[in-house]
Design a protein around this ligand. Structure first.
Ligand SMILES: Nc1nc2c(ncn2[C@@H]2O[C@H](COP(=O)(O)OP(=O)(O)OP(=O)(O)O)[C@@H](O)[C@H]2O)c(=O)[nH]1
Ligand SMILES: [Mg+2]
Length: 368
């Protein structure tokens, strides 16, 4: 698959480095490929990939000091401008690696945070991302130089500019309290503005990023040009969208689109988005949207279920919508018995999906 992105002449040239630990339960390739897609979605260009096979990560430099020197040479040959590390990096490993490789080091959490920073549109979303970025930099002693994007004036790492780490840390702490109180203001006003539900049930679309949640929202609500933003990129949706949808004669629901989930969603982000995600606790039924054309769906499904569990949402009635049933690879593997194959694109299975949602809602009514 070719990925195009509006990268200007200043696009970062990324060299990707991963340690392969040969974990049979967690093969490297799908997650590494996902990481590279995230890097591209963040606006960087990939110029190389280096994988080091190890029994365990090197406690000092992650990759081992010999490999680290190799990385530095390769980075120079490729004219890389950022080093994208796949594995978790401890602050000490980051510091040591930084001494050998003279490039800003970016990890997976920072890439995800950067995408969020670029996409957040609402005031609340922007503040949430900035808070997550500040907390992450604070916890990992990361200076502003490692920010992914060089654009000035943005949120989060795209703000204060390059400063000494100590100055940075003091500023970070100050900024955190400013952002926190800003968030409180936004939330207070949202709470007072929230429209009365008036007995209309709330249904929430949840699922892995890029599964097709926004497309399904548009399909179910038949939204036209002003529909929810759909794109073949991770985290296209950050701000929750709510639409009234028809389920059957005299039956309507409010349908909520949500931010996509991802394996190991950074804890700072879960914390930052908790308030938004907690609105899901008001949902009567969840529609778990799965990209059934992606061979990696079982892993994605497990990740989503783990996050739902963390958010104490795993007791809610769930409809499993296997989306993209029009796509060539569908179904990738065997579908679970309770799966509903749908296509947001062609409209196939949408009636069955409406019926399944109604059935779950009726079951709730009869037990209430
Ligand atoms: N073939 C096919 N593609 C689909 C279908 N539904 C969505 N897509 C494509 O999948 C990609 C992601 O769709 P979105 O609706 O943005 O997915 P999302 O789950 O909202 O993604 P995030 O907001 O990033 O979490 C887009 O390129 C869509 O065009 C479908 O039924 N069939
Ligand atoms: Mg979306």
């Amino acid at each position: 698959m070719t990925r195009t992105h509006a990268t200007g002449p200043a696009a970062e040239r990324g060299l990707v480095v991963a340690v392969d630990l040969h974990d049979a339960k967690r093969p490297l390739e799908p997650e590494l490929a996902e990481y590279e897609a995230l890097i591209v979605a963040a606006g960087a260009t990939l110029v190389g990939r280096m994988v080091q096979r190890l029994e365990r990560v090197d406690p000092a430099t992650l990759v081992g000091s010999g490999k680290a020197h190799e990385i530095a040479e390769r980075a120079a040959v490729l004219a890389a401008t950022k080093l994208f590390v796949f594995n978790d990096l401890r602050p000490r490993q980051r510091t040591n690696l930084q001494e050998i490789v003279p490039l800003p080091i970016v990890d997976r959490t920072m890439v995800i945070l950067d995408i969020f920073a670029q996409r957040a549109r609402s005031r609340e979303g922007q503040l949430q991302v900035e808070l997550a970025q500040l907390r992450y930099r604070q916890a990992n002693l990361i200076g502003a130089g490692a920010s992914l994007s060089r654009l000035g004036g943005g949120v989060g790492t795209r703000g204060p500019g390059e400063t000494k780490l100590e100055v940075d840390r003091r500023r970070i702490a100050q900024r955190i309290s400013v952002v926190r109180s800003g968030l409180e203001d936004v939330r207070r006003s949202r709470a007072t503005r929230r429209p009365e539900a008036g007995g209309v049930p709330l249904v929430a679309l949840v699922g892995y990023t890029n599964a097709g949640k926004s497309s399904l929202l548009n399909r179910l609500s038949r939204a036209g040009a002003d529909g929810a933003f759909v794109a073949d990129q991770p985290f296209a949706t950050l701000d929750p969208t709510l639409r009234r949808v028809y389920l059957g004669p005299q039956r309507y629901a409010r349908l909520a689109d949500t931010v996509g989930f991802i394996t190991d969603l950074p804890e700072e982000l879960v914390a930052a988005f908790r308030a938004t995600l907690e609105e899901l606790s008001g949902a009567d039924v969840l529609v778990h949207v799965i990209d059934g054309s992606n061979a990696d769906w079982p892993r994605q499904r497990t990740s989503v279920e783990a996050i739902l569990h963390d958010l104490a949402l795993d007791e809610k009635p769930v409809v499993l919508a296997f989306n993209k049933c029009d796509a060539a690879g569908f179904p990738a593997g065997t579908l679970p018995a309770d799966a509903i194959p749908v296509s947001a694109r062609s409209g196939a299975g949408i009636t069955a999906l409406r019926e399944a949602i109604l059935t779950r809602l009726d079951a709730l009514r009869s037990t209430a």
